[in-house]
Design a protein around this ligand. Structure first.
Ligand code: AMP
Ligand code: ZN
Length: 133
């Protein structure tokens, strides 16, 4: 897609610090890292959110994220993939973050506002979703 910044990186029109490349996948350092080694893995196929990407273009992404985690020596790390503005997505080309978490202060901070539910409500939800999976 012409205006997409990550498509421009794939085409070499914008520079990046490339960590991995194959015919379907690219990985490079994040330009505004949350921690040392913060990197992105992207499919070369353009799509804004995960559901826009065909399965065959997704299969390499987690193995490459794993390579990045190993290469950085990260023991604690997060893999993050945002979809949509209110889910904190800024660049509309699917990307997985690999974010080392070297200590409490650096890396990804997560608010995890879990709510209690009951088995009846959980079962009703299960019955709604399960037939569509
Ligand atoms: P997200 O909020 O999940 O859409 O994250 C987009 C990420 O892309 C951010 O962490 C940015 O720092 C990163 N980013 C944006 N432009 C570039 C670029 N030209 N090179 C490397 N990383 C970039
Ligand atoms: Zn793109």
């Amino acid at each position: 897609m012409a205006a997409c910044i990550f498509c421009k990186i794939i085409k070499g029109e914008i520079p990046c610090f490339k960590l991995f490349e194959s015919d379907k996948t690219l990985a490079f350092l994040d330009i505004n890292p949350l921690s040392k080694g913060h990197a992105l893995v992207i499919p070369k196929f353009h799509g804004a959110t995960l559901t826009d990407i065909p399965d065959e273009h997704l299969s390499e992404l987690l193995p490459v994220a794993k390579k990045l985690a190993t290469a950085t020596g990260a023991v604690n790390f997060n893999i993050l993939q945002n979809n949509g503005r209110i889910a904190h997505q800024i660049v509309d080309h699917v990307h997985f973050h690999m974010i080392p978490k070297p200590n409490e202060q650096e890396g990804l901070g997560i608010s995890w506002p879990q709510k209690e539910t009951d088995m009846e409500a959980l079962k009703a939800l299960f019955e709604e979703i399960k037939p569509k999976v």
